[in-house]
Design a protein. Structure first.
Length: 585
């Protein structure tokens, strides 16, 4: 730890020695060394954490708190020791202010579902920022529906900075809680939490902070911030998944009803009356994630041994380097340029336009892991006028050479992309709907299965899908309207369907997307269904085929949800043709 007045330099860290403590960093992906830049989603785990988990399961595995035997006593001691470590790590006044949950999401839901339901009434106001993660939006919307409270949104600037002037105006006598992110997972913006807390307390409001992204990147002192509630997750702090922390001031936690009922959260139970346990146990019903807590304690020890001041200085140097290099790549626009940032570089490629999904998949082919999509922050994307971004998020084990490599490979992705045609736009001719690709969806499916079996691995199948997408018949621009847009997809998708010409019961459709892989999926659906009878479409087992082709395993959850949305749209159009009277067609 540096003495007061001393500066911390990025060179104070031995990054190579740190990397050697993370076994997963030695593996290859697609035959290339792993370059892991998805740390805002989850960090990798050091040997100290892996060993702690292994030791618990091999040597101490038992349930806690109520056992008199040796293993239970040892497990209880390890569990409660971890609570003490975590309390010191974040500067809690008392150990009982540390509540273990499944993650930051559950911590926020706990506060909304207990403090919120007890203390909020119709007309009371909940202030959130426009940059919040869905986990810090939806629980408050549910609470508002239950209580009649009102959710109000603090705006942000075009650079992704919180409008503190608007916050001042919005704080009023009906403001009961301000729930704000400390470090934005989608923009990298660092909010002035201490100032926000001061202003909110002056108006009598309490403050909840989503610190999921902050705790691994810079020091935290909840007493200095004077924050009322603070939530974070273990898996973003080099710890296990499925474990999180809610810090709350003891007086507030004591005033709140339990979140869940069950074992360990009670003092006594009868059919006439139940009394509740003291803090922190009142909020920890049932057998907890004991190994997760112990692993999180080990993660806190590990981070503390490295030093958060050193981590912060080193990661800022990586952030500066990455921001500079990506800004120098023609066609790249960084999303989120607030003056105070940490750990995150979100960007889009606009010239030539390349979907963030395609950017992510092409970087993955080189062993580079980045996150693409809306990052569970759809309101942020809407505010800044993009549907998604590609995101590089940093950790202490990343290196300047990895930053250089991702910039180099991104430049190659852009250079290899087809350039938009110059000159006057070509006139769009008559719509060309493809004819039926086979006698029935089953016959087309058999052909696709044969092709996919011949191709073998996912890389070959992926290339085939990209080729199919390149042959997708063009969809005229005038058909790309809000009515034809398929919502629920992580990329921009349009489907225009109609009754096939000269047919009473067949459907034909055109489709488009800004993402190569999605165009490939649309081409598969078009081969299956365009020109087929509505009844054959509705009767076909599409889910079974997708599993047979391996698309259920090799597409991320968000992409599978999008594919389901496309199928739902096609099914709805087939239903409309099959039963025109019922649908009003």
């Amino acid at each position: 730890m540096k003495k007061p007045g001393e500066t911390v330099s990025p060179s104070d860290l031995d990054v190579q020695a740190i990397r050697e403590q993370f076994p997963i960093l030695n593996r290859e992906v697609h035959g290339k060394p792993l370059v892991y830049f998805d740390n805002a989603a989850t960090t990798q785990k050091p040997l100290a954490v892996l060993n702690a988990l292994n030791h618990y399961y091999r040597e101490e595995n038992a349930n806690i708190h109520r056992g008199v035997h040796a293993l239970s006593q040892e497990a209880t001691a390890a569990y409660e020791k971890a609570r003490e470590k975590i309390g010191r790590f974040i500067g809690a006044a008392e150990t009982r202010e540390i509540i273990f949950t499944r993650g930051a999401t559950e911590s926020i839901n706990l506060v909304a579902g207990t403090w919120g339901r007890k203390f909020l009434a119709a007309g009371d106001e909940i202030l959130l920022s426009a940059m919040e993660h869905h986990s810090n939006i939806v629980p408050w919307q549910i609470l508002a529906e239950q209580t009649g409270a009102i959710v109000r949104v603090i705006p942000i600037t075009d650079s992704g900075q919180l409008r503190m002037d608007e916050l001042e105006k919005m704080l009023g006598p009906r403001t009961k809680i301000v729930s704000i992110v400390h470090l934005s997972n989608s923009l990298g913006t660092v909010n002035p939490v201490k100032e926000i807390v001061t202003k909110a307390h002056q108006r009598g409001a309490v403050v909840m902070v989503d610190g999921a992204q902050w705790v691994a990147h810079a020091p935290l002192d909840v007493q200095d911030l004077d924050v009322d509630f603070y939530a974070f997750s273990g898996h973003k702090l080099y710890g296990p998944t499925g474990i999180g922390v809610l810090y709350g001031k003891a007086k507030l936690l004591e005033s709140m009803p339990p979140y869940q009922g069950g074992g360990d959260m009670i003092a006594s139970v009868s059919f006439e009356k139940t009394t509740y346990n003291v803090l922190p146990h009142k909020f920890e019903a049932g057998t907890p994630h004991i190994a997760g807590v112990i692993g999180l304690g080990a993660a806190v020890d590990w981070v503390s041994s490295v030093g958060l001041e050193k981590i912060a200085a080193y990661e800022q140097s990586l952030l500066s380097r990455g921001t500079r290099l990506l800004s120098e790549i023609p066609g790249v626009r960084i999303i989120g340029t607030a003056p105070e940032k940490a750990g995150v570089i979100s960007f889009v490629v606009e010239n030539p336009p390349i979907s963030t999904l395609d950017v992510g998949m092409r970087l993955d082919a080189e062993g580079i892991a980045v996150r693409t999509g809306h990052h569970c922050c759809q309101p942020v994307m809407d505010r800044l006028g993009v549907s998604s971004t590609a995101r590089i998020s940093l950790a202490v084990y990343n290196t300047p050479e990895e930053i250089d490599f991702v910039a180099q490979e991104l430049g190659k992705v852009i250079a290899a992309a087809p350039k938009p045609a110059r000159g006057p736009a070509a006139t769009v001719g008559p719509m060309q709907f493809p004819p039926a690709a086979g006698s029935s969806p089953r016959a087309v499916a058999d052909e696709l299965i044969e092709i996919f079996d011949f191709l073998g691995d996912w890389n070959e199948r992926y290339r085939y899908l990209i080729e199919l997408g390149g042959k997708l018949p063009p969809m005229p621009a005038e058909l790309k309207t809000e009515a034809t847009r398929v919502h629920g997809c992580m990329s921009l998708v349009h489907v225009y369907a109609r009754r096939a010409a000269g047919s009473e019961d067949s459907l034909e459709f055109l489709a488009s997307s800004d993402a190569d892989i999605v165009r490939g999926l649309l081409a598969v659906l078009q081969k299956l269904f365009s020109g087929q009878s509505a009844r054959a479409i509705l009767d076909f087992d599409t889910d079974g085929l997708l599993k047979r082709l391996g698309l259920d395993q090799n597409l991320i959850m968000g992409r599978r949800i999008g594919l389901a949305s496309m199928l739902q749209r096609i099914g709805a159009e087939a239903e409309r043709i099959s039963h025109p009277q019922a649908t009003g067609a």
